[in-house]
Design a protein around this ligand. Structure first.
Ligand code: GLU
Length: 310
């Protein structure tokens, strides 16, 4: 593969229907890669098979197709990639400390624990220095998760939309989970391994993942993988400022009952400053018009009569 080929991706978690925010993300990832003459791939992030039924994933793939968004490569399914995540976890263990954590959900969500902006917690290293006999004892009662030690060091990167970012992992999230207590590999690891293996050079995704990105950059460094160019796009919320949900009510399928794909694309393209006015359009026609510098930073408001305005 030409080392300069731009490769973008859309990586939905099929834990429900697609909403206008997911669709905007799919559109802009597609337009970003295609506007640079690059490839676009779809990856289904279904590591958690209990939350992510195959039917929901197939539904997303069909919805994307209705909007003219298809993958240039065979679709990657994370549920089939456990061996790759396991190999990466072993590689990480050879370079830094990975340790079992026996804390229960209730312990981790007690009022003394600091909450993170992304809904997670600042892990207080409770299980970091347990003795071997403590570990044996606790394992009798609790299946451990695996955590990776993070350095007390600032990670910086420049987001293509949100600009310069700095984060000290030790202060911002602490030692984070690589494998959950049910044996499922964590999103942070899976996303890095898969972006690396697919040669992804750019990641366009929702701003709710901006805070997680330094964790991913840390893993990329340890695994010897390049860091893609990140573009974190604004979230789409309802008129009350709430993030859209993946339920039927907010779904792209519901919009498709009353609007053509071209009308929906035109509205979203207008909201993202790709078009100067909302008008029905095929996604292919937007390719030459896309410019990441014009994408707004603020939240985009969506109302159910289908008006999307900044
Ligand atoms: N699977 C994640 C989601 O649906 C996105 C992950 C990513 O783009 O890195 O929110």
């Amino acid at each position: 593969m030409d080392s300069k080929t731009v490769i973008g991706r859309f990586a939905p978690t099929p834990s429900g229907f697609m909403h206008a925010g997911n669709l905007l993300c799919a559109m802009l990832s597609y337009l970003s890669a295609k506007s640079k003459g690059g490839k676009f791939i779809i990856r289904i992030e279904d590591v958690d098979l209990l939350r992510c039924p195959r039917s929901a994933a197939l539904d997303i793939i069909d919805t994307l197709k209705a909007f003219g968004i298809t993958s240039d490569e065979p679709i990657v399914w994370q549920s089939e990639r456990t061996a790759a995540y396991q190999a990466a976890a072993q590689k990480l263990a050879a370079q830094t400390e990975i340790y079992p954590c026996y804390c229960t959900r209730a312990e981790l969500h007690s009022p003394q624990i600091t909450r993170l902006p992304d809904g997670g917690i600042l892990y207080p290293k409770t299980c970091k220095n347990l003795s071997e006999s403590d570990r044996v004892e606790r394992k009798k009662r609790v299946n451990p998760s695996l955590r990776i030690s993070v350095p007390d060091e600032v990670i910086t990167f420049t987001d293509g939309i949100c600009g310069e970012q700095r984060q000290n992992l030790d202060k911002a999230c602490g030692d984070f989970i690589l494998r959950r207590s049910d044996g499922v590999y964590a999103y942070q690891l899976a996303v890095v391994v898969d972006d690396g293996e697919s040669g992804v050079t750019e990641v366009v995704r929702g701003a709710d993942l901006l805070y997680d990105t330094p964790r991913q950059i840390y893993l990329q460094r340890l695994l010897g993988l390049p860091t893609p160019q990140y573009y974190h796009i604004p979230l789409v919320c309802d008129a009350d400022g709430r993030k859209l949900s993946k339920s039927e009510g907010d779904s792209a399928q519901r919009l498709l009952k009353t609007h053509t794909p071209q009308q929906i694309i035109g509205e979203l393209a207008f909201a993202a400053n790709v078009l100067d006015e909302p008008r029905p359009i095929d996604i292919e026609k937007l390719i030459p018009l896309y410019d990441a510098r014009k994408v707004p930073k603020e939240r985009i408001v969506f109302n159910s009569e289908f008006g999307i305005r900044n």
